[in-house]
Design a protein around this ligand. Structure first.
Ligand code: NAI
Length: 346
């Protein structure tokens, strides 16, 4: 474990195998300094178990920073279930996963990530109370966190546009979106209504066609969507997409999207900065989901309070850009430094 790529002083990493259901999962707890480690569970088919472990480790570390900057009382953690999981075994796999979460005694709280939905959380909740993102109840916010993630990303995009272009409206802005799922696809309607010109790509061609038909978007090339001739690129699929090569060839002025761990390396962030491309750190602007997850978990999910907390992402993002400008350093370094300082202080 200590030699795995992505290991960064994590407090606890648990490998789980449940022979009866076939569950194979990795739970990574990066830090509990600010509260129980919380981060979604991803169900994904990885090329290898070590690739899955690296993903869990990196995502858990990112959650520590996201939660610290969003000022939610959670530490950072994440889980991955190694797919594929056939439908016939899904329930038993999720229940076994719930038991594994429960065995951590509350040190890790799970929720949705890619490949998981609120109904999956409800299955997990039959085995453990250490789960959130179950359902919105009694007029409170909750359930699927992705609308709140999308709302926070919108605030981050506006802040980035204000910083880089001197305007926060989207009228006439050319926007490329990679990944048209819950946080990439659903906001396309609003972006189109606000006058953005969209170029979109998803691995799922039918989804791309659907978004193009519904919102007058243009289909973009799957492999090079991030290099499109646009003003703003929104990576909303998986992580590691901002490589040094992409950073060198990108034409956009702004990168602001929902995907976790977008930078393949700190050097890629450095390149973006040197080229004058404003990169809104992912864990800063995609925290809307964890804000509502925390509200639901701690029983404090009054919708107006949650929305106001999510909207503060805009001010925070602008503040990070302003400090980056004043110090001549990349915004991802400024955000990371602040998050680490908060963890160290806790
Ligand atoms: P999703 O599973 O609903 O959608 C992801 C979409 O990306 C799918 O349509 C998939 O086909 C597509 N995709 C995957 N690889 C691609 C590629 N190489 N090129 C183009 N499309 C590709 O997932 P969701 O919830 O929309 O999340 C997207 C990203 O945002 C993930 O990185 C996730 O960790 C992150 N995120 C999501 C949050 C949420 O509340 N849902 C919260 C914070 C971060």
């Amino acid at each position: 474990m200590f030699d795995l790529e992505g290991f960064a002083g994590h407090e606890r990493v648990v490998h789980v195998h449940d022979p009866a259901s076939g569950l194979r999962a990795i739970l990574a707890i990066h830090s509990t300094a600010l509260g129980p480690a919380c981060g979604g569970c991803r169900l994904w088919s990885y090329a290898s178990a070590s690739e899955a472990a690296t993903d869990a480790l990196r995502l858990a570390e990112g959650m520590s920073y996201k939660n610290a900057l969003a000022e939610v009382p959670f530490g950072g953690g994440k889980a991955v279930i190694l797919g594929p999981v056939p439908d016939a075994r899904r329930e038993s796999v999720l229940r076994a996963f719930g038991r594994a979460v429960h065995a951590q005694g509350g040190a890790y709280v799970t929720a949705e990530d890619v490949g998981m939905a609120p109904r999956d959380m409800q299955v997990i909740a039959r085995e453990t109370p250490y789960v959130s993102g179950l359902a919105a109840k009694d007029g409170r916010a909750g359930g699927d966190p992705s609308p709140y993630t999308a709302r926070g990303v919108r605030c981050g995009i506006e802040a980035a546009a204000k910083h880089a272009l001197g305007r926060s409206d989207l009228e006439g802005l050319r926007v490329a979106v990679q990944g048209l799922g819950r946080v990439g696809g659903h906001p396309c309607r609003e972006r189109a209504e606000r006058g953005a010109r969209l170029v979109v790509a998803d691995l799922d061609e039918a989804r791309t066609t659907e978004i193009c038909d519904e919102h007058g978007a243009e289909p973009g090339p799957l492999d090079t969507i991030l290099l499109a001739d646009v003003d703003l690129v929104a990576p909303c699929a998986l992580g590691g997409v901002l490589t040094t090569e992409v950073a060198e060839r990108m034409q956009a002025r702004i990168v602001a999207g929902a995907a976790n761990n977008q930078l393949a390396s700190p050097e890629a962030g450095e390149r973006l900065h040197r080229r004058g491309i404003a990169y809104a750190p992912d864990y800063l602007i995609n925290a809307g989901g964890i804000i509502v997850v925390a509200g639901e978990y701690y029983g404090d999910a009054e919708p107006a309070r949650i929305e106001a907390a999510v909207d503060r992402i805009g001010e925070r993002t602008l503040d990070v850009f302003e400090r980056a400008l004043a110090s001549g350093r990349p915004p991802h370094e400024i955000a990371l430094e602040e998050a680490r300082a908060r963890l160290a202080a806790a």
